[in-house]
Design a binder for this molecule. Sequence first.
Ligand SMILES: Nc1ncnc2c1ncn2[C@@H]1O[C@H](COP(=O)(O)OP(=O)(O)OP(=O)(O)O)[C@@H](O)[C@H]1O
Ligand SMILES: [Mg+2]
Length: 314
Amino acid sequence: MMIKMYDSEKNHESLPQSWDELINEYGDLKKPAKKKKNFKKRDSSNHLTDPGQRWKWMVEPKYKQMFNEIEQKIQGAIGIGKFEWVDRRVFDQVFDRITLLGVYKLMHSGDIGQINWPIARGKEAHVFHGLSDSGVIAVKIFHTSNAVFKNLIKYIEGDPRFGGLKRKHRDLVTVWVRKEHRNLLRMKKCGLNVPEPLGIHQNILVMSYIGDEKKPAPRLRDVKINNAEEVFDKLKNFIRTCWHEAKLVHADFSDYNILWHNNEPVVIDVGQAVSDKHPNAKEFLVRDIQRLIDWGKKQGLNMELAEVLYDVLN
Ligand SMILES: Nc1ncnc2c1ncn2[C@@H]1O[C@H](COP(=O)(O)OP(=O)(O)OP(=O)(O)O)[C@@H](O)[C@H]1O
Ligand SMILES: [Mg+2]
């Protein structure tokens, strides 16, 4: 049983108390946190309610040492200390063994200094506010444990940059993150307004943070725009430069994936962006432009698809 295992651990004292608590609390997914006082009575015969199975690896000496090193720096994600308000289930959803090892690695390389609070929970990833020597960062951690990525294969297959892909889920996640990283690099190189990619390891992408000290920049769909026509042109030029210079199509261009920062649109979420050689590239391009036109319509602009498409292509 878990509690026994800890008590008999020689180095029990050296294991940070909060990890103990964390393991006990998170080992039981079905039990609400406030009932944690009763955890000793739990039936550990069921592996799902036995933290010993789920978190056993955490007490292995090599991992224990690792946690000692990084624990203070990921308090926000754990939801303790000054970040107590954070839903601690976040930790369980995101930080599996491989992810924690990745965070550890990125902390050693200096790409991540600390991880603070979760900014957003997406379908495929959680995004955290963090700090590093280069300033405030956004750490996008992709989920490794669900089937979401099956839907994403269509963006990777057919892109000549990602040939010979094995279909194992974790490999797919890694390729996906590399793809987002490379797309950001390429777009940034062409002067496009996207977050700057800063670091990458398996399912973790570090990029510059878009927002201020208080909160991340709002999505374009959540702000009222006074100069809609000007913003429309900027976004049209984004698609245009992306196509002609970066040779990419965003492929999920919408007011959900555009942040409004310092009175400028910043395009995010470029993981699904495909090369212009992708067999569906033109179809995605037209769809992106249609989404831009739909946004324009909400702002009172009446743009013709054919006309905007012509502007983009010529
Ligand atoms: N660099 C960044 N700086 C600040 N906030 C960010 C940054 N990147 C992402 N976010 C926030 O995280 C949210 C989710 O990011 P993103 O769209 O890249 O992930 P996703 O998993 O594809 O999410 P979704 O499924 O909602 O599209 C964004 O809507 C935005 O609020
Ligand atoms: Mg998104």
